[in-house]
Design a protein around this ligand. Structure first.
Ligand SMILES: [Fe+2]
Length: 332
């Protein structure tokens, strides 16, 4: 198993200083996102953030994401108290019980400092900008962030008309006695396993993926709509695939797709997320998932918790798709 190294690790002093700054923000990211982001933007000049981190964020955006699409940060600030939620409706319980927003603040600050913007989808958690990777009983068996089990390889919003450029995560609570791995493959590395002919076939619109489980189950907005046929992999490494859901529209396309999925597994990197780990990646250049290898503590697994945002280079690019009264929230 290849290990994924940290790109940046906060010292305890840096972490505590940033946590203090974020605790002082009085607005809520769940009731007024615009005001919340404005408050976080104000922090840009706060010296307590530390230039080491702000410089790192700026530099991280200059990399070639096709070659180095993963950014891993350690010892990031998280909330001092992490409430526990039942499995029936953890998102509603979070809205009621989570009264500090350090983790949200970290992801919001990361967005501001990397010059990216957070979007929401009305079909996922009612358009919230901060999502939980947290099991939900009605979706324990789904292929979504709310599953209890293995989540196969995919790109987030594989075939949605507004597909985020980045997926940013922050681990709040792990489940150390269970064997749960986050999985990642850099698509350009998987391409090295494929022939030119196979790459040409993957670059043709001979594939189809239905809308994601969570969008279809909770949103109801995409009901009856068929997603478009698409390419599975462009020559510059942008992949659009969901293992087990994406289909080849003809026999040859299916065979090459199967080869591509095998190549993704052959080049897979795995890591165990610890609290304070922030893994962010370019959504088109990384195929990701989660593998549950052993469950020794089912109750612990039900409480595993990562916070997540979907970021784009600029919200302006998707203006036509937003709700009229909620800028940045996709109507779908
Ligand atoms: Fe995902």
């Amino acid at each position: 198993m290849r290990e994924i190294k940290y790109d940046f690790v906060f010292t305890d002093a840096e972490r505590d200083a940033l946590r203090t700054v974020l605790t002082e923000v009085a607005t809520s990211p769940y009731t007024n996102m615009d005001a919340y982001i404005a408050d976080i933007e104000q922090l840009r000049t706060d010296t307590r953030l530390g230039s080491r981190f702000t410089d790192f964020c700026e530099m991280s955006m200059l990399r070639d994401f096709a070659k180095e699409p993963l950014v891993v940060i350690g010892n990031a600030p998280i909330d001092p108290e992490l409430p526990r939620f039942g499995s029936a409706d953890p998102v509603t319980e979070k809205h009621q019980l989570k009264t500090t927003f350090v983790a949200e603040g970290f992801l919001a600050a990361y967005a501001v400092l990397t010059g990216t913007e957070i979007i929401g989808h009305l079909s996922v958690n009612g358009g919230d900008f901060f999502h939980d990777i947290y099991p939900k009983e009605s979706m324990f068996d789904s292929q979504s962030q709310k599953t209890l089990g293995t989540l196969k390889f995919h790109r987030d919003f594989t075939n949605h008309f507004v597909c985020p450029d980045f997926v940013n995560t922050l681990t709040l609570r792990d489940t150390p006695t269970n064997e749960v791995y986050s999985t990642f493959t850099v698509t350009t590395e998987a391409m090295q396993e494929l022939s030119d002919k196979e790459l040409d076939i993957l670059a043709q619109p001979r594939f189809y993926t239905p809308f994601d489980d969570v969008s279809a189950a909770e949103g109801n907005l995409l009901h009856g709509r068929r997603a478009q046929d698409h390419v599975a992999l462009t020559h510059d490494g942008s992949a659009r695939v969901f293992e087990g859901r994406t289909q080849g529209l003809d026999e040859e396309a299916q065979q090459v797709l199967d080869r591509f999925v095998r190549a993704l597994h052959a080049r897979k990197q795995m890591r165990v997320s610890r609290p304070g780990d922030s893994v962010t990646f370019s959504n088109q250049h990384v195929i990701h998932g989660r593998e549950v290898h052993a469950i020794n503590d089912l109750e612990g697994l039900k409480q595993r918790w990562l916070l997540k945002t979907h970021n784009v280079y600029t919200r302006q690019a998707f203006e036509e798709f937003y709700l009229q009264d909620r800028y940045g929230v996709v109507n779908g």
